[in-house]
Design a protein around this ligand. Structure first.
Ligand code: AMP
Length: 299
């Protein structure tokens, strides 16, 4: 089953305590689409400027990602610049140049509108809602979000939550959205806003999954000794998760739990190198090897 991925496509400048790189392929949709492509076909919707390097487009094509929905607009590609602290967990945004992303209105090609599994990557909730209106009878819709939208577009986000099956956000965002310090209570409050499920990510400490009927799952992250660049880990988590659901075409809670694990594993690979570099050399077999290791850590 194919997955539809909508989100940002960016040229990132990333600074860590030990390295700095410019003009890296980034953006929520880039990471999520490539992560999902390890599980099955992906339909990508996003916008880039006329400066977007051909090699980045080739990377998507090599992963067999359908680019019918990739818009090339006159102007520059969205550019985000961030810097990590020593702990490689906290980061601050140094600059954002929206460029062609400012006027982005996701338009689904007719061939995408029956895609059964949908990932609304991190973009304005009003745009995520416009995608929901363009897909016909999807089986499962996941939305990702960030602190910016919780602060700036709360009303739109609350409307979106009534229309999606699942929300993914990190622990600080869950606290911000619910004004609740305890994550268990925060998770339950988010469910009350509308989605059937919510996944609360805790960075290197893993993830909590809550369901409307009291379902609950908790997992750690895959232990990594060296982290080169955690940018995009959250998007890879979401892409791996929805990719697994689509591959198995199964939205039961036990299978959602396995999706959380698959997302966790793809995210762990993402952190090993800058940008999408580790994912470029990754294979489905690598993910399986790490799955076996991970199983032996938790049982
Ligand atoms: P993550 O590390 O999973 O939070 O995702 C990082 C990616 O999000 C980077 O590659 C950025 O290009 C992208 N990004 C940063 N700010 C925004 C924003 N306001 N809207 C959409 N994407 C963004």
């Amino acid at each position: 089953m194919p997955v539809l991925v909508v989100g940002s496509i960016a040229l990132d400048h990333i600074k860590t305590p030990t390295a700095e790189h410019h003009q890296l392929l980034g953006g929520s949709a880039s990471y999520a689409a490539v992560a999902a492509s390890f599980f099955g076909p992906v339909n990508l919707v996003g916008v880039v400027g006329d400066d977007f390097p051909e090699r980045h487009k080739r990377l998507f094509a090599e992963r067999k990602i359908d680019l019918t929905g990739l818009e090339v607009a006159e102007g520059k590609t969205f550019c985000w610049s961030g810097e990590y602290e020593l702990n490689m967990n906290n980061r601050k945004t140094l600059s954002v140049a929206l460029n062609v992303f400012e006027k982005f209105q996701p338009k689904l090609p007719e061939s995408y509108r029956d895609t059964p599994y949908v990932l609304l990557g991190n973009i304005a909730p009003s745009l995520q809602r416009s995608v929901c209106q363009q897909v016909r009878k999807p089986k499962f819709v996941v939305a990702d979000t960030m602190d910016l939208w919780i602060g700036m577009a709360r009303a739109d986000l609350l409307e979106l939550l009534k229309e999606v099956d699942m929300l993914i956000l990190n622990d600080s965002e869950a606290r911000q959205l619910t004004e609740e310090d305890n994550l268990i209570r925060a998770g339950k409050k988010i469910i009350a806003f509308g989605p059937r499920y919510v996944a609360v990510k805790k960075g290197e400490h893993g993830c909590l999954l809550f369901g409307r009927d009291g379902e609950f799952f908790s997992t750690g992250a895959f232990p990594l000794e060296d982290i080169a660049d955690p940018t995009g880990a959250g998007d890879c988590f979401a892409g791996g998760f929805i990719g697994h659901l689509a591959r198995t075409d199964d939205t039961s809670f036990p299978n959602l739990k396995e999706g959380i694990i698959q997302g966790t594993l793809v995210a762990s690979y993402c952190c090993e190198e800058f940008s999408l570099r580790r994912l470029q050399s990754l294979t489905a077999d690598d993910i399986e090897v790490r799955r076996r290791d991970f199983g032996s850590f938790i049982a």
